[in-house]
Design a protein around this ligand. Structure first.
Ligand SMILES: Nc1ncnc2c1ncn2[C@@H]1O[C@H](COP(=O)(O)OP(=O)(O)OP(=O)(O)O)[C@@H](O)[C@H]1O
Ligand SMILES: [Mg+2]
Length: 325
């Protein structure tokens, strides 16, 4: 229209201006709509958490940690020293009614004793450790801690005495020191470093440009799988637990790191009750007792030598006649 002189430049300029003014709020509206929808999705999750029923905890036995060298269970006026004796008697368990995962499990463990579980994937190894922590309630049988049924112990206090190194390690955004301190929020810097040394993590942390102050992002992006596990072990160490549960990562790591990790674990396990779930049989050779699991049952138990002599399932696993996974 301007070219054929049906409109002047001023008209064109104001037309463009007006059309932009008209379109802008429409665009803004759809943007707001986007924000609103993602806020709603977020709110849904927040409300799901708010609606979550708190864990019922009818436990009455509490933990007295005032003396760092000797903790006590307080049961009314009785004070029982915390030792770390764990026993499972005839434990049956299923995650959903009607599907039994564990059948008649009997295990006992005491400080200084290393109990190992081996078995194919899905055999129920992690499940046993979930029960010791009371993440789930057992269907029948009893689990005792220092001869007190765990159902009588306050969950929080029970879990303060147990450290688990999970099959998969999660690290948080923050410094290495903060990540280790997650195991015991009151730990001093010295305690954090002591724990890292115990876990054999100190040497690699020291070599990082900012040492313990190195920031970790995105679940430990800059660290190797083995280094993440070493941090997880340090995290367990800083809590100074009576009972230690190590669920070995399935992913393969190089043999140097494997040696580092197993030395770290061995140092950590000294004088504690420890349960080790192994995917590499080399890590559990030196266990005091090895439980071979199959479909929720313990089918063989004994130390490495006696199980090898028996020429049973463990022997076949060890000699490579059958595979673990
Ligand atoms: N939260 C859950 N809900 C329902 N079933 C589950 C749950 N966790 C595990 N299971 C089932 O329990 C069985 C035992 O699982 P568990 O995790 O104890 O195996 P695992 O021996 O630790 O195996 P892996 O060597 O792979 O770690 C599996 O059949 C699994 O399907
Ligand atoms: Mg497992």
């Amino acid at each position: 229209l301007v070219i054929i002189n049906a409109m002047d430049i001023g008209g064109l300029a104001s037309f463009l201006q007006f059309s932009r003014t008209f379109a802008q709020p429409l665009g803004q509206m759809s943007q707001q709509m986007n924000v609103l929808l993602s806020a709603m999705a977020g709110a849904e999750r927040i409300f799901a958490i708010l609606r979550e029923e708190p864990e019922v905890d009818e436990g009455t036995v509490t933990l007295d940690q005032r003396d760092p060298n000797q903790w006590y269970w307080v049961d009314g006026d009785k004070r029982i020293p915390v030792v770390g004796n764990i026993q499972l008697h005839n434990v049956d368990f299923g995650y959903v009614p009607g599907v039994r995962i564990l059948k008649d499990i009997n295990v006992w463990a005491e400080p200084g004793l290393k109990v190992a579980f081996v078995g194919a994937t899905g055999a129920g190894k992690t499940t046993i450790t979930n029960l010791i922590n009371r993440f789930y309630e057992i269907d029948s049988g009893v689990i005792t801690f220092d001869e007190i049924p765990v159902t009588k112990i306050k969950k929080d206090d029970l879990r303060k005495t147990i450290s688990i190194v999970l099959q998969d390690t999660h690290l948080f955004t923050g410094t290495i020191a903060d990540n280790i301190r997650y195991g015991n929020l009151d730990a001093t810097d010295d305690e954090v470093i002591k724990a890292a040394k115990l876990a054999n993590a100190h040497s690699f942390i020291k070599r990082l440009p900012q040492g313990y102050q190195t920031e970790i992002t995105g679940d430990g992006e800059g660290l190797s799988q083995g280094q993440r596990q070493l941090l997880a072990i340090a995290r367990a160490a800083v809590a100074n637990p009576k009972v230690l549960i190590l669920d070995e990562a399935t992913s393969s790591i190089d043999s140097h790191t494997e040696a580092l990790i197993s030395r770290g674990m061995d140092q950590l396990m000294e004088g504690r009750t420890s349960f080790v779930i192994a995917h590499r049989l080399s890590t559990i050779r030196n266990s005091d007792v090895i439980m071979v699991m199959d479909h929720g049952e313990i089918i063989e138990r004994g130390d490495h030598e006696s199980l090898m002599e028996k020429h049973g399932v463990y022997y076949k696993l060890y000699t490579g006649q059958i595979e673990l996974d």
